[in-house]
Design a protein around this ligand. Structure first.
Ligand SMILES: NC(=O)c1ccc[n+]([C@@H]2O[C@H](COP(=O)([O-])OP(=O)(O)OC[C@H]3O[C@@H](n4cnc5c(N)ncnc54)[C@H](OP(=O)(O)O)[C@@H]3O)[C@@H](O)[C@H]2O)c1
Length: 288
């Protein structure tokens, strides 16, 4: 299939690579052109000067940029993806963004006969590199069925959750669940250290019981070592929590824990630690 990929960041670069490896004809666009050139040097395909030019003549255009505003700037306008796609084509957005922008894009594309799926991912950079992401999708079932085999190139689970916006809403639940665990793990590890325990041994023991979690299995070691120069950035998690809090403002959900953790990420950002992995929350307890 002829496809386009817009946004070759930590996630998009390997995701687009899996599309090429899957036999698709890929045209890429990246704001910083050097990354697009590096991608073509590694995977073949072509690069374009604008999102519209990349999308032109493709059946599916994928996007993976930072936030709502970034999405607006690559999707709308004369140089935007929607301007390049023809009627019958599909736009798949892998950015973690609001459900509102998903509906806005779906409506704008719908006017020109372009299908839209909001399809945020979970699994991190490692999942993108390994082609084993979890993808939660919102949109029409027929559009989903057409895009699904292509999304499969970089995913191990692709699930339609409901109408447009449902993918983003599902990702919000994901982030709300994760941050509570990271904060709890931070508090437990810091408490254990201050109590004079060997926290690595504590984790070894309690990870075999009800305290076990993905974060405990995969991140407690690096948290104990105070190593955070990898992974999903604290600033990205803060952005995601703000989206959740905005949505909660509309649907009436109470998010006392997520709300206080959003402030903690704000403090990390102010301390210049916003680019560290999102498990750096423990630093606020170590050196308040
Ligand atoms: N990293 C993870 O572990 C992870 C996991 C799950 C979900 N996500 C989500 O996936 C999305 C991408 O994350 P990432 O880690 O790949 O981010 P990233 O490495 O910072 O890459 C962001 C990409 O978006 C492009 N971009 C940003 N603003 C733009 C704009 N205004 N116009 C055009 N292009 C723009 C950047 O272009 P330049 O190269 O020119 O800067 C870059 O290609 C985010 O929504 C994030 O929350 C990330």
């Amino acid at each position: 299939m002829k496809v386009a990929f817009i946004g070759l960041g930590n996630m998009g670069f390997p995701m687009a690579g899996h599309l090429a490896a899957g036999g698709h004809e890929v045209t890429v666009y990246n704001r910083t052109a050097a990354k697009a050139e590096a991608w073509v040097a590694k995977h073949g395909g072509a690069c374009a000067a604008t999102p519209a030019a990349a999308a032109e003549g493709t059946e599916i255009a994928f996007v993976c940029v930072g936030n709502d505003d970034d999405l607006r700037s690559v999707v709308f306008g004369a140089d935007g993806v929607l301007a390049g796609l023809a009627s019958g084509a599909i736009l798949v957005d892998h950015t973690t963004a609001s459900a509102g922008i998903a509906r806005e894009i779906a409506e704008a594309g719908g006017d020109s006969g372009i299908g839209f799926l909001d399809a945020p991912v979970s699994g991190g950079q490692g999942g993108a590199e390994g082609g084993v992401l979890t993808v939660m999708v919102g949109g029409h079932a027929a559009t989903f069925e057409r895009a699904r085999p292509v999304i499969d190139c970089f995913a191990r689970a692709v699930t339609l959750m409901g109408d447009v916006g449902s993918g983003q809403l599902t990702k919000m639940v994901n982030q709300i669940c994760i941050v509570g665990i990271i904060q709890g793990l931070s508090e437990g590890l810091d408490f254990g250290r201050r109590a004079g325990l060997d926290v690595s041994r504590v984790v070894e023991v309690i990870s075999k019981g009800a305290a076990q979690s993905w974060q405990m299995d995969n991140r407690s070691g690096t948290m104990i070592e105070d190593s955070f120069d990898f992974g999903f950035a604290a600033n990205w998690m803060r952005k995601d929590l703000r989206i959740c809090l905005d949505e909660a403002g509309r649907n009436g959900a109470l998010l006392p824990t997520a709300s206080s953790i959003e402030q903690n990420y704000g403090r990390l950002h102010e301390r210049g630690e916003g680019r560290l992995d999102n498990t750096a929350l423990i630093r606020l307890l170590r050196t308040p």
